[in-house]
Design a protein around this ligand. Structure first.
Ligand SMILES: Nc1ncnc2c1ncn2[C@@H]1O[C@H](COP(=O)(O)OP(=O)(O)O)[C@@H](O)[C@H]1O
Ligand SMILES: Cc1ncc(COP(=O)(O)O)c(C=O)c1O
Ligand SMILES: [Mg+2]
Length: 282
């Protein structure tokens, strides 16, 4: 299986492609990474060096891949942190090129905009681009709760609100939606919920909440969910596997007291999670 992964890259630590590429490779996927930025480290540190690339660079690399004559063998496109709206347009044109060569290819968009703790952390124009262009073009989207609320204008306090938000986003285009870090009135204080919905129904997975605050977990879970969904075409199975792997990854990260997720040291969790959290139809 071949997945084109267009997202940020950092030299030190694990967010964007530096979080997503290796778990997919560990699951046997041939990943074609294109970087939207090259930073020293993730922006959660408050300072970083490096630069944002531009749409022209993405177009150029896509052109080179097309010249190899391999686009028809691309099974899916995964996008994440975009850097600028101009890069967003280049990503959507890459998706069009892949779909033209392989009509069965799916596009999974992780609409990286922000989170509850930090608010919006992307450049102006990106939230609008995600809502108006990227999400409608996607087959699968993987927002966190903050992003789902922003994209749908629905404040999520209950499971009923979460259902409504997932269906609102599915009405906008994508047939599969997974929401991460869901915290409703029904979520116990010591737990984290995730939900996924597709045409067959909706499911919840609940895991313990760990005393860690890290970046890059969302990028890893999006990549894992997309890989498992492409293989099994089951949102329920993909949700359970992806959530179980990321829980194992974060548990190891907490035990090590690390600020960066243990993408390499805890790699067995991607293949055989220590603990499996089952999906519950909801
Ligand atoms: N403190 C935590 N304890 C347990 N699981 C966590 C924790 N933080 C993140 N996760 C897991 O990682 C998933 C993705 O993280 P999240 O923070 O929602 O993504 P993003 O980084 O995109 O905001 C969550 O749904 C949850 O399964
Ligand atoms: C460069 C970069 N890419 C991606 C992300 C997304 O990370 P997360 O998976 O925590 O949403 C961040 C967050 O700080 C970032 O700085
Ligand atoms: Mg995210």
């Amino acid at each position: 299986m071949n997945i084109l992964s267009i997202q940020s890259h950092v030299a030190y630590g694990h967010v964007g492609n530096a979080s997503a590429v290796f778990p997919m490779q560990r699951l046997g996927v041939d990943v074609w990474p294109i970087h939207t930025v090259q930073f020293s480290n993730h922006t959660g540190y408050g300072s970083w060096k490096g630069r944002v690339f531009d749409g022209g660079m993405i177009d150029e690399v896509m052109e080179g891949i097309a010249e190899r004559g391999v686009l028809a063998s691309c099974d899916g496109v995964l996008s994440g942190y975009m850097g600028s709206a101009d890069i967003g347009h280049a990503i959507l044109s890459a998706v069009e090129r892949v779909r033209a060569a392989n009509p069965k290819a799916l596009y999974c968009c992780d609409p990286v905009i922000g989170d509850v703790g930090r608010g919006v952390f992307v450049r102006p124009g990106i939230p609008e681009f995600m809502r108006e262009q990227a999400v409608p073009a996607a087959d699968i989207v993987t927002p966190n709760q903050f992003e789902l609320e922003l994209l749908t204008d629905i404040e999520i306090k209950t499971i009923a609100d979460a259902h409504r938000a997932l269906e609102t986003l599915r009405d906008a285009g994508p047939k599969v939606v997974m929401v991460t870090s869901l915290d409703t009135e029904e979520t116990p204080a010591d737990s984290i919920d995730l939900m996924a919905a597709d045409a067959k129904g909706s499911w919840r997975v609940r895991t313990p909440k760990l005393d860690v605050s890290v970046n890059g977990a969302g990028d890893a879970i999006g990549a894992l969910f997309f890989t498992h969904y492409l293989r099994e075409e089951s949102a329920a199975a993909a949700l359970s596997k992806a959530a179980s792997s990321v829980y194992g990854l974060l548990k190891r990260t907490k035990e090590a007291g690390s600020r960066e997720i243990l993408t390499v040291a805890a790699q067995d969790e991607f293949v055989a999670p220590s603990q499996i959290f089952a999906p519950e139809a909801i």
